[in-house]
Design a binder for this molecule. Structure first.
Ligand code: C2E
Ligand code: MG
Ligand code: MG
Ligand code: MG
Length: 292
């Protein structure tokens, strides 16, 4: 009986696997076609200096404009793109498009100093990653110093020795390197120092509790202080309130990013957003001046 049950379970499991495989194939096909049909689009989220509110750069965040589903979040399709390897083609498109967009803004007289692009682990294994990035910059005529590449701790820690070599090549190209979601991984700061990183992005989970929660305050202060001592540029992610922004400014963050300033926007909406942010920063400066 037990054997029969076992057999049934096995068959059930097998059937389930099949439907999963079918679903995966369907999704994989849909992703591939999305790339061919041009259904992916890039949104850009401003990163601001906490003192003057000046635009330091934007982070590129991909979306899938699905004809039936509407705008699909990257958390829903990037993992599958990674599993299937399609991330290589998608990632290459993201890099090319982000560089071309920078050139378009330049041509329009819209000043966007730097664009950051997220890289996934599978892309990082690509033998031609460095030449692909070089090609994207070249095709757009954009200086490498205006491109920042965002990596995660888990990506770096998979094969640390090989990662160091790739990072050195990227540095030689002239791009800057940021560590995304900092604090959520497992690596120590001393370990991190082996990688030639420029920027640490403090994860949103540490920003959330500021400034009311004592533990969040202690962690955020310690991260910023250590990171600054180690000469990293520190960016805070997920800044949603004026109180969080003031706290991070007063504690030495170099750049702020979050819904408080702007959600990620389509390229066409960025110029108006930059103007609005400049006006807001000016007004705030006047208020602070009047209070002196
Ligand atoms: P991430 O790189 O850590 O990006 C930050 C995420 O936080 C973005 O979500 C952004 O929209 C969101 N965010 C920004 N400010 C706030 C805020 O104030 N509050 C809250 N609650 N959220 C905020 P998004 O766009 O859904 O992207 C999710 C993740 O998908 C990214 O996390 C990144 O890991 C990945 N991703 C996005 N675009 C790409 C891409 O082109 N390539 C790869 N490989 N991964 C990407
Ligand atoms: Mg990122
Ligand atoms: Mg992040
Ligand atoms: Mg994150």
């Amino acid at each position: 009986r037990a054997k029969e049950q076992g057999k049934n379970t096995f068959q059930f499991f097998n059937a389930d696997m099949n439907s999963q495989t079918v679903e995966r194939l369907l999704l994989e096909n849909a992703l591939r076609q999305a790339l061919e049909k041009g259904e992916f689009e890039l949104h850009y989220q401003p990163q601001l200096s906490p003192l003057r509110g000046e635009l330091l750069g934007v982070e590129t965040l991909i979306r899938w404009r699905h004809p039936q589903l509407g705008l699909v979040s990257p958390v829903r399709f990037i993992p599958l793109a990674e599993e299937t390897g399609l991330i290589k083609q998608i990632g290459a498109w993201v890099l090319r498009e982000a560089c071309l967009q920078m050139a378009r803004w330049d041509a329009q007289g819209v000043h966007v100093p730097r664009v950051a692009v997220n890289l996934s682990a599978r892309q990082f294994e690509q033998a031609d990653l460095v030449s692909m990035i070089d090609g994207a910059l070249e095709a757009a005529g954009i200086d490498a110093s205006r491109l920042e590449v965002e990596l995660t701790e888990s990506l770096l820690m998979q094969k640390p020795e090989e990662a160091v070599l790739v990072l050195r090549q990227l540095k030689a190209l002239g791009v800057t390197l940021a560590l995304d979601d900092f604090g959520t991984g497992y690596s120590s700061l001393s370990m991190l120092k082996r990688f030639p990183l420029d920027t640490l992005k403090i994860d949103r989970s540490f920003v959330e509790g500021l400034p009311g929660d004592d533990d969040s305050v202690a962690i955020a202060q310690a991260i910023v202080a250590m990171a600054r001592k180690l000469r990293y540029t520190v960016v805070a992610e997920g800044v949603e309130t004026a109180a969080q922004s003031a706290f991070l400014r007063d504690n030495g963050c170099n750049a702020l990013q979050g819904y408080l300033f702007s959600r990620p926007l389509p390229a066409a909406e960025l110029p108006a957003c930059i103007d609005r942010l400049a006006v807001a920063a000016q007004r705030e400066a006047e208020v602070e001046y009047a209070a002196l």
